[in-house]
Design a binder for this molecule. Structure first.
Ligand code: PMP
Ligand code: GLN
Length: 378
């Protein structure tokens, strides 16, 4: 066998979660909530199963769910998207990203990716025979240098990937970033892939700069979302992708011969549950309180916080504690102190180590308190 991903090992999330389990440490590594999801939504899934929604959903997804999503988009971003031709339900946000890439990429095409980057982006580009072109987010602050982006564009540039709020850093894009993005792609045939799985997990009254606000950009974009992140059920692996009718038609050609359609009963349940706007409008406050609580607890320790305005994650520098590599330090924190973070160097292709650790604060208060108590000893 000739490997499609020679030299690639196991994803950092599996590695750190396995290490946490082995050492019974508090796992603030892989991003998933440890508090229960909404019981009413669980009841709705059961109800849908008892009511007979147990056969294939339509390839595009259950229509009432797509209609409710279109209403949500209109309400939040003021843009009309057609549920029939522009929204497809996917088995998770990662699949939406992968399928978008597969839809547009030809061998040798270049894709601009900002680092640190969510770990699936680069391998997704590589298995499609395309070339990732990496650009560093400026350290610290993790802002995009748009002049550098424009300098890296070549006739082979097919796509630019953005992610706001950003994993792993919690950075968010501003309206000015969108202006710069528009300036960068105007007059070209470059596509945009926008990973917005943390759409509602944005704090400090900052508006989420969704591509869905900008119909001119949506014409050339795929925007990927995750119900796992929306409703604290990452194990459901359900999400959706929104694009222009022309691009979505091509996306569906790929999707229909890959997974075809997604879990029916959860789509039926979500169609009803999503109509209650509070079910997503309250999310930001709920997680901001977690972030603030974690930051307050961590203020007693020798870790140095970096700003986080969104996502599940808060990064810390540790120069006041150690000069070990972030990987070695993350392993030692697990083994000797009983708390597991993720080393941010894992999100760089060349393993660039700014000595930063990512902690997930989407946890019960007692979990965060336990972790901080252990980290106080470091
Ligand atoms: N993109 C980012 C930035 C993420 O953090 C995640 C999930 N953790 C995903 C995509 C994937 O979401 P899903 O689990 O729905 O595939
Ligand atoms: N997105 C989650 C994280 O960043 C994990 C998802 C996964 O394990 N693939 O930690």
């Amino acid at each position: 066998l000739t490997s499609k991903l020679p030299g690639w090992g196991t994803t950092i999330f599996s590695v750190m979660s396995a290490l946490a389990a082995e050492h019974r440490s508090v796992n603030l590594g892989q991003g998933f909530p440890d508090f229960p999801m909404n019981q009413e939504l669980i009841a709705k899934v059961n109800e849908a199963m008892y009511n007979g929604f147990n056969q294939y959903a339509p390839m595009q997804g259950y229509l009432p769910l797509r209609e409710t999503l279109a209403e949500k988009v209109k309400f939040l971003y003021g843009t009309d998207v057609d549920p029939d031709s522009q929204i497809t339900i996917t088995p998770g946000g990662t699949y939406g990203i992968y399928t978008s890439l597969t839809t547009v990429l030809q061998p040798g095409d270049e894709v601009i990716i900002f680092e640190p980057a969510y770990d699936s982006y680069v391998p997704n580009v590589l298995v499609n025979g395309a070339v990732p072109v990496m650009i560093d987010l400026q350290f610290p602050g993790y802002k995009i240098n748009w002049e550098e982006v424009r300098a890296k564009i070549t006739p082979r540039t097919r796509m630019i990937m953005i992610n706001t709020p950003h994993n792993p850093t919690g950075a968010v894009l501003s309206e000015n970033d969108i202006k710069e993005l528009r300036k960068t792609v105007e007059g070209t045939d470059i596509f945009i892939l926008s990973d917005e799985v943390y759409e509602h997990l944005i704090y400090d009254n900052i508006p989420h700069q969704s591509i869905l606000r900008y119909p001119d950009l949506l014409e050339r974009s795929f925007v990927s979302f995750s119900f796992g992140k929306l409703y604290h059920c990452t194990g459901w692996k359900l999400g959706y992708c929104i694009s222009s009718p022309a691009l979505m038609a091509e996306f569906r050609k790929v999707h229909q011969y890959n997974c075809f359609s997604c879990h029916s009963p959860s789509q039926v349940a979500l169609a009803g549950f999503l109509r209650d706007r509070d079910s997503y409008l309250q999310l930001g406050n709920f997680l901001q309180a977690k972030r603030d609580h974690f930051q307050e607890l961590m203020a007693q320790t020798r870790f140095t916080p970096m700003p986080s305005h969104g996502s599940y994650f808060q990064c810390y520098q540790y120069h006041r504690i150690s000069d070990e590599s972030d990987h070695a330090f993350a392993v030692r924190l697990t083994k000797e102190f009983g708390v597991t973070p993720v080393p941010v160097s894992a999100f760089y292709q060349n393993g660039k180590d700014h000595k930063v650790l990512r902690f997930c604060f989407a946890k019960k208060d007692e979990t965060l308190e336990k972790a901080a108590e252990l980290l106080l000893k470091v």
